[in-house]
Each structure stands twice: as C-alpha cells, then as structure tokens.
Ligand binder design. Sequence first.
Ligand code: SAM
Length: 262
Amino acid sequence: MSSGFSARSAEGYEQMMGRWSRKLARGFVDFAGQRPGEAILDVGCGTGSLTYTLAEMAGHGPLTGIDVAEPYLAYARSRSAGEDISFQRADATDLPFGDGAFDRALSCLVLQFTPDPAKALSEMARVVRPGGVVAACVWDSYGGMPHLRLLWDTASALGLDRDRSLFRPMSTDGEMAAAWRAEGLRDVVQDTLVMRFTFEDFDDYWSPFLGGDGPAGQFVAGLGEADCDRLRAQARHVFLSGRPDGRRSFVAAAWACRGVVM
Ligand SMILES: C[S@@+](CC[C@H](N)C(=O)[O-])C[C@H]1O[C@@H](n2cnc3c(N)ncnc32)[C@H](O)[C@@H]1O
C-alpha cells in the first residue's frame, strides 16, 4: 500500500487538519449529495472527519471508510457510535470491493496524496453503481491556502524550502473535471469550496507542524533545531504582522468535483 502522506499520529493529524477537515466536510457533503439509506464509501477517511459528517444524517445507510494509515483508522474506529459505520485498511488505488457496491464514493483531501490519482478515481467509479455519484475535494495547495503559504514562503525566503513545489495532482483549475470526464463520468461539475482556518494565537498555528503529519508537518519535523528556530521566529513575525499575539483567521479554498457513473 502506498501513500505520499506522512501519517504519524492521529492526535497530531487532528490538530493539523482533522479539526478543519470536519468543517470542510460539511460543505463537501452539500456539494456531493447524500440520500437516506445510501451505501457510501469514504476513500482515504483518515481520522473519520467525512465519515462522521455523513453519519450526522438521520437515516443514513452503511458508511465505509478506507485508509492506508492504521493509526488514523484506529482513531476513526474509536469514535464509532453505530453498527452502520465501519473502517478498514485498504489502498485507494486497489479497492477491495465489487463493481457497483456503493451508491456514492466520496474522498476528502486524498487524491493529491495517492501514488496514482487517476487509478484511485477509476477505482471509485468502478465500485459505484450506474447512476451513483463519485466526488472528491482537494485543497487548492498553490492558490488557496494562505496560512500554509505563510509557512512555505517564509521557509523559501530563508533558503530552507529547497524542494519547493506547491503544486499537487488535481489541484489546478479544471484538472479534476478533465479527469472525471476522462474517466467517463457524466454531469461533471467542478467548483470551489471556501472556509476559514481560525487560530487562537501563534502557538495554535505553529505547534501542529511539530507533530510531523502531512507535508508541512513532515517538512518542519525534518528541519534541524537551528533552522526550525529560525523558521519559527520568522513565521511568527509574519503571522503577527505587527499586532499583539492573538487570534488570526485565514480563508482556505478547496477544489471539488462530482460526476455520475454511466
Ligand atoms: C489529508 S488526509 C485526509 C483525511 C480525511 N479524508 C480528512 O478529510 O481529514 C489524507 C489521507 O489520505 C490517506 N491516503 C494517502 N494515500 C492513500 C492511499 N493510496 N489509499 C488510501 N488512503 C490514502 C492518508 O493516509 C491520509 O489519511
């Protein structure tokens, strides 16, 4: 099983992203749709943000989450409150389900990290019945994540981000829609979901990077102590922007795409 995502600890992920992906998941479910009783697959469920958002619907059908990261799956299972919710270890590019087994396959913030996003999309389409929906969202990592740009751009100015590339698969305008159409899906719609990341203070912003989860956490955790201290000091200067430490809020944008299986 293969992943381009650094998954170290579920608690670290929750601080880094889970607390925000729960918020994104609400807008994503509105975009992707959900009907009572539907069998829905959450591809790359992580700690369960999307699965448990789907579970909030009264009369929801069986919900299945898959992921390659066992620590995240264990966390997701520990939150389970219903028989209709299950989690299993599986690779998005090789789903262990029969053709047409689900009414919908949804994926939140995952395709960018799979080794072969087109194959993952093809697998999602395979396991959804004709007339069912395949939908995914990914952060607009280049143009839509200013709070992460703050980190990456500061690191770059300090000469630390030597492998710099903010582009990820499926993360430019129209890229998802083109992939959905190439997969033979119909009624394809690509849109932008917008939400806010609001941090209580600089420590609330900075400390999640130290856990090592996700690309930014992996980057910060891999720095030597002196470079990490330099980055922290400069990032704090930019974060504070001349005002006392305290709450700061950043807009964040995700690309979302949905289509119907023929
Ligand atoms: C940014 S997290 C998103 C998790 C969750 N969907 C959420 O919204 O919080 C990316 C997830 O993709 C998972 N992942 C990466 N490659 C995968 C693959 N090939 N198959 C299944 N999951 C994968 C990672 O383990 C991680 O949990």
